[in-house]
Design a protein. Structure first.
Length: 504
């Protein structure tokens, strides 16, 4: 008992998979705040290095499809959070999800884990399993794998999650803001029950201390049941926009809808498709039993309008902790860097530029770290825009992901169609390309001081081709490098000089 006569809070040792993703990156600090110990399982632990909570949590390298690394990560764990999905990895993603879940369940049982907590999707009632979208069908199957295992499981099922940076919020936001008049699919009339990310996190944290005899699904949602059209109307009202004219058209299939969403919003078609497919059927909570174990404080769950207002305020104040793009793009390169000791060799093309800068190193670094997003790429904007459009056209992420923070970067951040692979504040920024390419590509920018004490800017574009097409690609674009990369080096150093002058 505590000094106030109340029972001492129960603390658990928790494993969080998917800690580099949208929900996982927010769950870790919430678990730490609740007094739990946290271990994170990540394929690339370096992506978690710069998170504010990194020093307070343990991080281990591994993959949920690798039995040995899962077994090691689960050793000594009380509660295991499963927040990963193979969505977008190709036509076999359902098989990958199923296999990973079975490995995780078996190793959790072998390690003596007390509970598995899984966040899945809310599925419609009276709809045959085979009629569900592949996205919802796979999530439902993963939930059943955990419920059928010997380890007690909490399977939380949510529909649309509303929070700053969530894919659902970004899709709603950009569709409403950019299109005062829009032709939409018929799913805008489908009812759904959105939930604020704050409540999702509250239920996830509370699930850690559920009684050992609880093994079931829980529907979680906010107090409002709305059509997507009503959600867009409410967003327009909260954002101070004029009333939107919405014209549903029945011929827009899920595939066409996803390309339409991908064209208008930063959410790529590969991610938009499962989101839009999930809106074909009504997804409404049919019970609120979770409140028996995780009681709702006054004012919760958050009403939809309040969740929207909170998310919009976070975006405008640039206080977005994680974004949908925090998670790695499925199929993105994971090969070693060309500077790694174990680099396998082969062809490696590079374009290198060096310039002396009439500015302090700190001014130069400020420009380097602020690159991308609304700040642009300091070179031939039309060329970058065209490259982004081409990437979107072939199903890539394009340039619209932008930045999580306008001024600061951390390892693992997405940056338009790049991802921060390495950052050494004040010295080095290395980006790995996540656009569709016939090979691997990096862009490296450094702030250095030469032997005479002058500030030097160093820039390298590196490309490791894949097959004949990769070689052809490099030689096809290399004539433009003088304009694109040469212009970038000139303009970055010019911007640093201007910034330095203003600081004097």
């Amino acid at each position: 008992m505590g000094t106030d006569g109340q029972p001492e809070p129960e603390h658990r040792h928790c494993l969080v998979t998917g800690a580099s993703g949208y929900i996982g990156g927010r769950l870790v600090p919430e678990l730490l705040e609740a007094g739990h110990r946290v271990r994170c399982l990540a394929r690339s632990p370096g992506k978690l290095r710069d998170h504010p909570w990194a020093a307070d949590a343990e991080t281990v390298r591994g993959d949920v499809t690798d039995t040995e690394s899962v077994a090691a990560a689960l050793h000594g764990i009380d509660v295991a959070y499963y927040l990963v999905h193979a969505l977008g990895t190709g036509s076999g993603f359902e098989d990958t999800d199923r296999r990973a879940a079975r490995i995780f369940a078996a190793q959790a049982h072998a390690a003596g884990v007390r509970r598995i907590v899984y966040l899945g999707g809310l599925t419609p009632r009276n709809v045959p399993h085979e009629s569900l979208s592949p996205h919802l069908r796979s999530r439902a199957e993963v939930g059943r794998v955990f419920l059928d295992s010997p380890v007690p499981a909490t399977v939380l099922r949510a529909a649309v999650v509303i929070g700053s940076g969530s894919a659902s919020f970004e899709m709603l936001r950009y569709l409403t803001e950019r299109l005062p008049v829009m032709v939409t699919p018929t799913w805008v009339h489908t009812r759904t029950q959105p939930i604020g990310v704050r409540d999702v996190l509250r239920y996830l944290v509370g699930s850690a201390t559920m009684p050992d005899d609880v093994n079931r699904t829980f529907d979680i949602g906010g107090p409002d049941v709305l059509t997507y059209r009503e959600m867009m109307d409410r967003y327009a009202a909260v954002a101070g926009l004029r009333h939107r004219m919405i014209l549903p058209v029945p011929v827009l299939t899920p595939r066409l809808s996803s390309h339409w969403v991908g064209l208008v919003t930063p959410v790529p078609a590969s991610l938009a498709r499962p989101l839009t497919e999930s809106l074909r059927h009504e997804v409404v909570c049919h019970e609120h039993d979770v409140a028996r174990y995780v009681p709702d404080p006054p004012g919760t769950p958050l009403p939809f309008t309040e969740a929207l207002s909170l998310a919009l305020r976070r975006v405008r104040e640039a206080q977005v902790a994680t974004r949908w793009s925090s998670a790695a793009v499925p199929g993105a390169p994971s090969d070693p860097l060309p500077t790694d000791p174990d680099w396998a060799g082969g062809s490696l093309y590079q374009d290198e530029r060096r310039r002396t800068v009439d500015a302090s190193r700190s001014s130069l670094w400020q420009v380097i770290e602020g690159i991308g997003g609304d700040n642009g790429w300091y070179s031939f904007p039309l060329a970058w825009a065209v490259r982004g459009w081409l990437d979107r056209f072939v199903g890539g992420v394009g340039l619209r992901r932008g930045r999580r923070d306008a001024h600061r970067l951390r390892a693992g951040d997405s940056l338009d169609f790049w991802r921060v692979e390495e950052i050494e504040p004040g010295r080095l920024l290395r980006l790995r390309a996540e656009m569709r390419l016939p090979g691997l590509a990096w862009l490296e920018m450094s702030a250095e001081t030469d032997d005479e004490g002058r500030t030097r800017y160093r820039q390298r574009a590196l490309f490791h081709p894949r097959g004949l097409l990769g070689h052809a690609y490099w030689w096809a674009v290399s004539p433009f490098h003088a304009v694109v990369f040469g212009g970038m080096a000139r303009n970055i150093t010019r911007a640093a000089k201007g910034l330095n002058s203003r600081h004097r």
